[in-house]
Write a protein that binds this ligand. Structure first.
Ligand code: F6P
Length: 600
């Protein structure tokens, strides 16, 4: 992703063939493809894992044509950023950053965010609201009531979320009020095209309508090609990072232009290069990141990982923690994020949500009160801060944690010339210390520094959590195989992974997936006739649905037998690997026999 040459309004994949494999993979959007770099992710040790994820993240910076639009801050209007899951959490983070920037200029806040499932989704994975275009549109109408000039930025990395489709559709029906912008990481021709239940269009149809508005500058699509995810489909990783880089760069430049500072292509490049440098600075710590990953994998065997962050780095920690549930079937207690000041500091719309349940208290005080008493040697605690934060407070908290566990590590961000106090170094011997160069960009320097630190932290946490779960056997090749089927996209993803691992037809894979969801070998007509939403409803309460379906298909055995094999295996990966090696088993697609089915 590079801002070079002239401005353009659509960024299509320059060379889509690059990531395509023969057979079934060809039909998949880039965001769901399996990345050739990480094919052996599941067999890698911590150092190799970090290297592979680093190389995958570097694809964000591959050469590409210009990809930024002419944008002007809507005078007296509103900028709404909206997304689901990580994309929604990023919408919150970005809205806060740019309201802060406006505040610094003595101007009123103008940004707001929407996240599917409401504010509870900030700290707790809520995947099903993603499927509802009607609610998406209603939420947008609500925040825009009385506004005459709204820039709407809908983020869906996979160009797939019905919630966002509903909002874009609303905007396009009221172009006098809204300027719709879609952000994602697939070409429009690869946007999700299965019908949205109870609605008139598919996501792709909505995206095509939006594309038709480019010429008249009444709507825009920003869809950089960043290559497939390191863990196929895990759009929280590269998709999330690319969204952050793209929107921060674009909005920074827009604000610059808005303050009558001449904006040249050089400004864009300068900003984009700071992110590229952030990649180098971050992964220069690869050895220590690998050690943290190894420690985390060990802790997750019987214990937990607690991520305690200061300032916006706390929200970045929460983002990484929450996604472990939907991606790796982790329990919400396994990886948890906490932030200084709790809800006050993340400035969410609905305020303090602590009373919603034990999952929701997120301040450091909550950690000390509710969690610390039960922390033991099996648990790991990770502190994330900058040297501008309250170092005394950090040291105190670290000392409290050390009374419970010696597994305490930290990520610290310093500006050149700043040094960690010796006392803190003594309290926390395992430090991933990042030193950032001083930026001589007068206007946006402070913000760029903040953005770099957030992104660097995101990269480390994505790498550490995904790598740790890979080491725990939750990934097969580079497919997530043990995720919760909690929305229609995840249902289709499960069927698609099943096809790729087993090489069986789409029809057969869907049949076995349903057998696994319902725990029945013979599917009744009533079950077969259910909608995908119905299947998702049934799957949501089941665990290991996809691994059981994979083992059942590979071994040609009943789902009950497959379930007991999966349950008695050392790991999900081991269950799949041993089923692949069953004598007499037919070869699968990935092994060269090709595949019959096409999922969408
Ligand atoms: O459905 C779950 C999920 O995949 C999250 O992991 C992700 O952050 C979210 O959906 C949003 O995905 P997208 O940005 O592609 O719409």
């Amino acid at each position: 992703m590079r801002g070079t040459r002239k401005y353009q309004h659509v960024i299509e994949t320059p060379d889509p063939g690059k990531w395509e494999l023969a057979g079934y993979e060809e039909s998949l959007p880039i965001s769901e493809k399996s990345n050739p770099i990480t094919r052996e992710l599941d067999k890698s040790d911590p150092s190799q894992l970090v290297q592979l994820l680093r190389d995958c993240d570097a694809e964000i910076f591959q050469e590409e044509d210009a990809n930024l639009i002419h944008y002007h801050d809507p005078e007296g209007g509103l900028v709404v950023l909206s997304g689901c899951g990580t994309s929604g959490r990023l919408a919150l983070l970005l809205a806060n950053s740019f309201n802060l920037l406006l505040k610094g200029q003595h101007r009123a806040p103008r940004y707001c965010y929407i996240m599917s499932g409401g504010d509870r989704s900030i700290v707790s994975a809520q995947e099903s609201p993603e499927d509802d275009p009607h609610v998406g549109a209603q939420e947008l109408e609500k925040v825009c009531e009385g506004k005459k000039n709204v820039v709407f930025v809908g983020i869906s990395c996979g160009l797939s979320a019905p919630f966002i489709a509903g909002q874009l559709d609303l905007c396009m029906r009221h172009l006098d009020v809204y300027l719709p912008v879609l952000v994602g990481c697939n070409p429009v021709s690869m946007a999700r095209n299965d019908p949205i239940e109870g609605w008139h269009s598919s996501f792709r149809q909505v995206a095509e309508r939006l594309q038709a508005l480019h010429e008249s500058h009444k709507g825009f699509i920003l869809n950089p090609a960043v290559g497939p995810e390191a863990v196929s489909g895990s759009s929280r990783m590269k998709g999330g990072s690319a969204t952050k880089i793209l929107l921060e760069t674009l909005l920074l430049v827009a604000h610059k232009a808005d303050s009558n500072v001449p904006v040249t292509e050089k400004c864009l490049l300068e900003i984009l290069r700071t992110y590229e440098r952030a990649h180098k600075v971050t992964y220069s710590q690869s050895k220590k990141i690998a050690a943290l990953m190894k420690q985390t994998a060990t802790s997750l065997q019987k214990g937990h990982l607690y991520i305690l962050g200061w300032g916006t780095l706390g929200l970045v920690g929460i983002m990484a923690a929450v996604e472990c549930g939907p991606t790796f079937q982790a329990d919400w207690r396994d990886v948890r994020g906490f932030v200084t000041g709790g809800y006050d500091s993340i400035e969410n719309k609905e305020g303090d949500l602590s009373s919603l349940g034990p999952e929701f208290p997120i301040s450091h005080e909550d950690f000390v009160r509710n969690v610390l008493p039960s922390v033991s040697e099996t648990d790991a605690v990770l502190l994330i801060f900058t040297l501008d934060d309250e170092l005394n407070q950090i040291e105190k908290l670290a000392a409290l944690v050390k009374e419970k566990t010696s597994n305490i590590q930290c990520i610290s961000h310093a500006t050149a010339g700043q040094y960690l106090p010796n006392s803190l170094k003594k309290t926390i011997p395992s430090i991933i210390g990042m030193t950032w160069p001083i930026l001589f960009l007068e206007y946006e320097g402070t913000f760029i520094q903040k953005f770099q630190r957030e992104l660097s932290t995101k990269w480390i946490l994505d790498t550490v959590t995904s790598g740790a779960y890979a080491l725990r056997g939750k990934i097969f090749r580079n497919f997530m195989v043990d995720f919760k089927i909690t929305n229609s996209k995840l249902f289709h993803r499960a069927a698609s992974v099943l096809q790729r691992v087993t090489g069986q037809s789409q029809q057969r894979c869907t049949e076995v997936l349903l057998q696994s969801i319902y725990g029945e070998q013979t599917l009744s007509e009533q079950i077969r006739n259910r909608t995908i939403a119905g299947h998702v409803g049934a799957a949501a309460s089941q665990d290991k649905v996809l691994p059981v379906a994979i083992v059942s298909l590979l071994r040609n055995c009943a789902v009950q037998e497959a379930r007991s094999r999966v349950d008695s295996s050392a790991s999900i990966r081991a269950a799949i690997e041993s089923s692949l090696n069953v004598p007499g088993r037919k070869r699968g697609a990935e092994e060269g026999s090709g595949s019959e089915g096409r999922s969408r």
